[in-house]
Design a protein around this ligand. Sequence first.
Ligand SMILES: *Cc1c(COP(=O)(O)O)cnc(C)c1O
Length: 380
Amino acid sequence: MEMYKMMTPGPTMTAPSVLQARSREFVNPDVDTDFCEEYHTLCRELAELLDTKNEVYILGGEGILALEAACASLTEPGDRVLVIDNGIFGKGFADFVTLYGGEPVLYTVDYHSPVDTEKLRDYLEGDHDFKYATVVHCDTPSGVLNDIGAICPMIKEYGILTVTDAVASMFGEEIHVDDWDIDIICGGSQKALSAPPGLAFVSVSGDAVNVMKHRRTPVASFYCNLLLFQNYYEEKWFPYTMPVSDIYGLAEAVRLVREDTDRIRRHHRIAAAVRKAVKEAGLSLYLDRGDASTVTVICVPEGIKDSEIIRIMKEKYSILIAGSFDILAGKVIRLGHMGNNANIEDVAQMLAGLTKTLEELGFTCPCDMGEVFLKELGRR
Ligand SMILES: *Cc1c(COP(=O)(O)O)cnc(C)c1O
């Protein structure tokens, strides 16, 4: 099969060694306690990368499972939950809160820039009667990066637990779970970790566990109940059969991330050069400021269809980029440069292809974005 380069903001391209690790002969994860050791080691490695002493659990399901599990495990009927909404995933947390009987209170602000921490503080001064708050680090449909390093500790000052969706930023942006008072952080395998889709992970603080343990009502889910993982290591027991091959792949992906000490800096340099090239080509970024280093979101020029850009990029240049969805459907295209895709060669190729694609569609770029990108990074 003729394969394209998958330069989407998830899934991303997977290293051959990760694919190989997944094809390894597997053990019975329920019976063979060696698996439990491997799982435990991998959880500790993830914790180290996230800079936390909290427990980390790997869940069998995509990133969304981590978000739902956090809400299912914390929410009781009638609980007020602050949902910080400056993006589509941000707003989406309200659905999980509602589903488990909570009362989401939306703090909705402009989708074109990161949340202003001081304005949020003013809001909390007026109302801070919340059990927990949800916030997204990189809200992928728009690419906005919220300053969770300032937001989460500030929320915690009011005695509110913090749930952070870092699925699209984790391993492409700096994250310090303990310093930043993040009670539950959510990640997934298919974004900047560059393993195939299929796994989610969470870190869970002592405060969050305490709240879960002292619930008046049982968690209204089995699969999403994070408390069930609490004694897995001591008891050598998992709530369900772990997807062992996926976890072998994840272990290899984590090993690669641990080796790659320049990772975050590279994401930042590449993202800055992409934005420069895009602007020089006369295109507009969706955001006024605060772009994440894992994805660049560009307004579709007048008179051109996003689906046409995506089709030509795929068919003629063998590069898959993405549109967006919900309120942003048709309005923007998204260039992924996260995880393995954050490398100069592939991103340059994507930008060169995009330059030609837009020209074919009648939008003349004053420069080749690939060239500008390379020059910006000192490669020309
Ligand atoms: C990808 C993503 C998720 C998880 O979505 P899945 O479809 O389960 O992979 C959650 N939050 C954000 C911000 C994401 O980008």
